[in-house]
Design a binder for this molecule. Structure first.
Ligand code: ADP
Ligand code: MG
Length: 434
């Protein structure tokens, strides 16, 4: 038995047999790459890796410490993922980049109205390195797929045998500082200037850091001059990134600047279905729709949700149905929706149905207003913590029985009318992602 196996065997005594068999047993320990301060394990898929990371790494590290007397950091990776292993001896000569995630491919990227421009731009660059848009600058909010897209191009280039450097501004900066300190700047320059493709993620962090901006400028000029492809991402348009040298800012706009917007409902559904397929999780259409409306724009939440659902259902021996999903996601829901109020929901419904908020809250019995009012009441009940009497008061109704009657009506409609059900999902999506 190697030390990794010994530690896992010890862990067996601390957790339930089900947990051990389902998760821990699937880990394998990399004897070669592990060192005295790093323990590297492989998991068979991302769900198990995430789950183990969130639940067991501390325990595992503790057991290592007991057995070996020294502190290790525990890493759980995917088997096919080329890991950037940090060891004390090696960091001196070699700076590690986070390498490309092999599942960040174009095939795994779901395209919709919100991201098709960025997708088309990156795709085109991946087919014509250095020739079409150089640099290509992608910007958009958190978790919208910028890194995924950028790495998709990186994977294409890498498969063609090109030298691809993927790095964040932070790593680039650390690398720079280390080389300055060691007086090995020529090594730094050679490395970044001899690559074929340079991918730099989250470029907004250059803001206000003058020394590194200067160095980056020269790297940029050298690569661009040699026709090497550069792809950059940021959370905002180059013009909006403050604390950036003018010459850099203008160069960022030389090629093409493409934005990514928050995904529409259909795109979210497609993404969830794709993630289920990749991670071999089976969910019914209802649950997929539900998750798509619960998560707002940050697609990154999807993987977390899937792994949570998977893990709970395995540990508790229950199938993943809608009730179960709602329960598991309750916390997430409350957090995301904390800022939704009766006013904002009513305003959105009014806008969507072309009536006034005041009309929704009036006593008018005209058919379209009754319809709008019922939908508003239903959504307020679903999306906020207000009680039925509070809703009755807000919508000027007699008492809570009127509210519960309304909700019952809407639930019946949702059950019997596919179009109406879609309408409600779309509205929920609009409200929760605005
Ligand atoms: P960003 O860099 O914009 O913050 P990421 O590229 O890290 O976002 O994406 C977060 C997660 O969402 C990743 O797991 C990524 O694979 C996934 N993702 C985002 N957009 C899509 C999409 N259109 N299709 C498939 N997966 C997506
Ligand atoms: Mg990113």
């Amino acid at each position: 038995m190697n030390i990794g196996q010994e530690v896992l065997a010890a862990l067996k005594n601390e957790i339930t047999e089900v947990e051990y068999n389902r998760y821990i047993k699937q880990l394998s320990y990399d004897v070669k790459k592990s060192t005295s301060d790093l323990a590297l394990f492989y998991a068979p898929n991302a769900l198990i890796a995430n789950w183990i990371k969130s639940k067991y790494t501390e325990k595992i590290a503790h057991l290592f410490e007991i057995k070996t007397g020294s502190k290790v950091s525990v890493t759980v990776s995917l088997k096919n993922e080329v890991t950037s292993v940090k060891t004390k001896q090696k960091t001196e000569q070699k700076v590690q980049h986070s390498l490309l995630n092999p599942s960040h491919t174009f095939d795994n990227f779901m395209v919709g109205g919100s991201n098709q421009f960025a997708y088309a731009a990156v795709k085109s660059v991946s087919e014509n390195a250095g020739k079409v848009y150089n640099p290509l600058f992608i910007y958009g909010g958190v978790g919208l797929g910028k890194t995924h897209l950028m790495q998709a191009a990186g994977n294409v280039f890498q498969n063609q045998g090109k030298i691809v450097i993927y790095t964040t501004v932070e790593q680039f900066l650390n690398d720079f500082i280390r080389n300055v300190r060691n007086k090995t700047m020529e090594r730094f320059q050679e490395k970044y200037r001899k690559c074929d493709v340079l991918l730099i993620d989250d470029i907004q962090f250059l803001s206000g850091k003058e020394g590194i901006q200067e160095e980056f400028f020269h790297t940029f000029e050298a690569l661009k001059g040699a026709g090497k492809q550069i792809i950059l991402t940021a959370d905002k348009h180059p013009k909006k990134i403050g604390g950036l040298e003018k010459r850099l800012q203008s160069r960022f706009e030389w090629g093409l600047v493409a934005d990514i917007q928050p995904p529409e409902l259909e795109t979210k559904i497609a993404i969830i279905e794709k993630k289920c397929e990749i991670n071999k999780v089976k969910l019914s259409k209802d649950i997929v729709n539900y998750i798509a409306t619960v998560i707002e724009s940050n697609v990154r939440e999807i993987e977390g949700i899937l792994s949570k659902l998977h893990a709970y259902s395995q540990l508790m021996h229950v199938d993943i149905d809608l009730m179960f999903t709602k329960n598991v996601l309750k916390d997430q829901l409350q957090e995301n929706r904390a800022n939704l109020t009766l006013d904002t929901i009513t305003q959105s419904v009014a806008k969507d149905l072309n009536v006034k908020p005041s009309e929704i809250r009036s006593k008018s019995r005209s058919q379209n207003l009754v319809y709008a009012r019922r939908i508003a009441i239903y959504l307020c009940r679903e999306l906020t913590q207000n009680t039925m009497p509070q809703l009755a008061q807000y919508f000027g109704m007699k008492d809570h029985t009127a509210i519960s009657h309304t909700i019952k009506k809407i639930n019946e409609l949702i059950e019997n009318d596919e179009d109406f059900k879609t309408k409600i999902s779309e509205l929920t999506n609009k409200i929760t992602s605005s």
